[in-house]
Design a protein around this ligand. Sequence first.
Ligand code: BES
Ligand code: MN
Ligand code: ZN
Length: 517
Amino acid sequence: MTIQFSTKVLSEIDFKSPKAAAAICALPSDCLVLAYRDTELNQLQALDDLLGGVIAQAKSLGDLDGKAGVCTLLRSGQSWALSKVKLKRVLLVGLGDQDSLIDFAKVVRSAVKNMSGSPIESVLWHMASFMGKQKANQSPAVLLERIRLLAQIMGDQVYRFGVRQAQFKTKPTEKADSLKQVTLITNTNQSSSVKMAIREGAALVEGMNLTKDLGNLPPNVCTPTFLAHTAQNLSKKSSLKVQVLGEKQIEALGMGSFLAVAKGSETPPQFIIMRHDGGKPNEEPIVLVGKGITFDTGGISLKPGEAMDEMKYDMCGAASVFGTMHAVSLLNLKKNVIGVVPTCENMPSGRATRPGDIVKSMSGQTIEILNTDAEGRLILCDALTYVERFKPKAVIDIATLTGACIIALGHVHSGLFSDDETLVKDLSKAGHQSLDTVWRLPLDAAYHEQLKSNFADMANIGGRPAGSVTAACFLSRFAEKFRWAHLDIAGTAWKSGAAKGATGRPVPLLLNYLLDQ
Ligand code: BES
Ligand code: MN
Ligand code: ZN
């Protein structure tokens, strides 16, 4: 179901010497995946000699033009027998002439797509050939970053909800991807850090898979209670210590804002705390807070019907906290990390909160709820107050908070809001590394004007202009006691249309951030 990653360290891995070429060809595999530049094809001469000249032949037929991501599959039997050469296939992947991380990702994705649906189960991945000009660079950091990303892209490509959760179709239509085993061939003297990067990549994939599963599950299955059970099950098999607070305890804490959202639903709210105590006992933790609205109807400020099913994804912030905590615990990260998830449904009913209701948050600040559809900030604000008790080093909240964020940034970057320059720098860097990028939006005092209420300390909406900014400004009023950043993932957590499904973002960003701290 998931890919197994491993490494094979060889003393020599280029194909210039016949000996090195023979050593690689002696490794049994369904497919050797090799990237090339058309100008450097002559460097594959020793390999081609062993393969009986298929590369030269393909070149003369015009099949090896070297365009980025264009794949050419060579098979045994055509010209090499499986005696000395144990490779059943060789996939040649054009590198083009670009060399950025984005280009690397494109080339890798197209190679994996090319094999998808074929019988190829095990591949030898010739890592150095994918480094392009970076090969000369020889920076270990670049190599490790690319290995992590390689695993991330492969895991992403082979994810199949219908295979992992086959209970929803009477006749399942999806088939598991055949790709099961990836062995990286490297010649680095840093084999231990390469192994580590592979472990990190594999844990990231596990985390993303969990995040996608939770996001994709239907809202009648993935309820607040289900999320609580998921956390408890994770704790049985891992380092995670889990605590779940029920309605009574949430009430006793004074979370009047959170409860105002939960009130309209038959399903009780849950407040989930997951701790990974991998650091020193007195070390300040990094805290992740995820919005866990398992379905957002808008409440009495009911949403229009079109595409309302997609509001099952309104717990993707929570799902990303689950996925990141899962990965952190698999890696046994030597850090204290705490995941916090306030979760409930936002439903209309005779008991639901009305527009105009005033509630008191756990912080003591009162809120006039002018629109019950601006519910994310109402559950997050109490969670932010709650996490003060951990004396956090930093708090990052993650939420599918505003439709306005999709208007501002589309489906490319997540919105990043923070007044802490170090957090902004570190999160932006982690975003670039994992291609799970963020774009900073403002939090200026001027926007706070829009949150004024005639009747309470603040209103829960700031009108149409800069809707994502006023939502973030609202949250900032509950985050004054620690370093804080807010990620609005409304545009990045899932895809609509034919490829409808959770993306697993921003788990790559969060895990890369935590790994680099
Ligand atoms: N969960 C939504 C935000 C959302 C909408 C995410 C569409 C992804 C796609 C959030 O709870 C919401 O309804 N926000 C309102 C806020 C408004 C009432 C101020 C919105 O964005 O319209
Ligand atoms: Mn809403
Ligand atoms: Zn919502």
